[in-house]
Write a protein that binds this ligand. Sequence first.
Ligand SMILES: [Zn+2]
Length: 494
Amino acid sequence: MDLAFGYIRRSSYKQQENNSIEIQKAHIKEFANRKKLTVPDEFIYIEDVTSAYSKRADQRKELMRLKATMIESEIPRVIFFEESRMDRTGYTFVKDFYRPLQKELPQLEVYTTNSEEPFNPDNPQTKTALLVFRQESEIKSERALASLTATLENKERIRPGAKVPYGYKQVDGKLIPNEQAEIVSFIYYLQSWGTSMGKIAIILNEAAIPSPNGGVWGASTIETILKNSVYTGTLTWNIKKHRKKRKFEHSGSHEPLIDHFLIHLNKNNLKLQNQFGRLDTPFLFLKKIICSGCNEHLKTQNASTNRNGKKYCYQYYVCKTCAYKLDIHTAHATLLPSILTHVQSLASSEANKTYTVTFLKDMKRITKETIANLEKNIDKLKSKGCIAKEHEDEEFQAVIHSILKDKKSDLESLENSLKALAEIQEAVHSGVFFTRFSQVLEQQLNESEKRLIILYFVELVLVLPDKAPQIVFRKNPFESIDAINNGQSTENDR
Ligand SMILES: [Zn+2]
């Protein structure tokens, strides 16, 4: 067992009940035990003066004595009782205690009893935690807060470019759908069923529909259309100023050509693809079939041979453990009809619709709660930022600034999620979503369509030699939806 030091502060008489020396000692020893360290009684330093609480670290006698002993003994480990005991003013602890020690003892491990990981002053969370204790004794500045808020909210308005997007004409400065609008909707529709951009281009070319520039369609033309938010009724423009990129959005300025719902559906498709693999594959049950004997996902096996100029395809799902092999054509012929029957009846079930709407409502409620908490956090951080500013503490200002930036981007994602959930709920409620599946038994489905249906509605398929396969359905197709997803198309991650 390695030796370690301990450090305890007695800050006020009031605290003696809960944080008496004995209790602090016990916590340190218990923590040491877990870490396989030994802290002898005589290795525990006790800072005994209440006023030391607000003192700089280098004015704390016992802390400085501890530092000297650690260097002398070359024992690089010390345990503090909770973070708050460590330092009231945050960075003097780092500057006067941690950094000098680190220089002498590169193996330095400073622990606090409330964290499993060694203290790391370069970790932003640590910096904030220290700051929290700091703020308690300081006064908020309304003036500084107001000025910060003003800076953050200062937005510039720039007019968008004049090029008229495909599917619209411009009348009196307003975008009005033209005769190509339906082609745009069609492109989005195909994408929402997992059709690749290349395939969409082929379909349009086969239908002899001229591309925006009058020629043939290519995947990149399709991509340009699929990435243009103008079709959901939003005008977006990016500006570059002082080497900073900023994005401005203005919605409701013109008639949308597609429902936001399709965008969310496509994001969900992309997520499913990331999780389960390609949509456009003959292996419709890729990562969805499990050998229940071995409790293992079946792998795909694709062997094709040429005999007498004729191509023979051998495609199997295989359990690598017990070597159980399932021919995909047999498997699909057994499984697909019952899945499609299930989905089609689900699509027309009112109970299922109600269930799904309730599920989405619950998700909305949870998201709202998360947003409220995050907003509280951001408010706190902002006021801390102002205090840091007042004290001209640039290091902490920078930390606060970077954490604020992260939190704000989280907030933005969550707000987008909430919007997405509301739009999906509307699509389910109005029937738009489930009518997509109301005739799957009668339709000629291609591979990506079949695969998407499986990914939406089938949790997994259990197989066992000489037994009929067992299909486990999902309770609702949005179980895995989460709109915090930056993907745009199902082709992005190839
Ligand atoms: Zn097996």
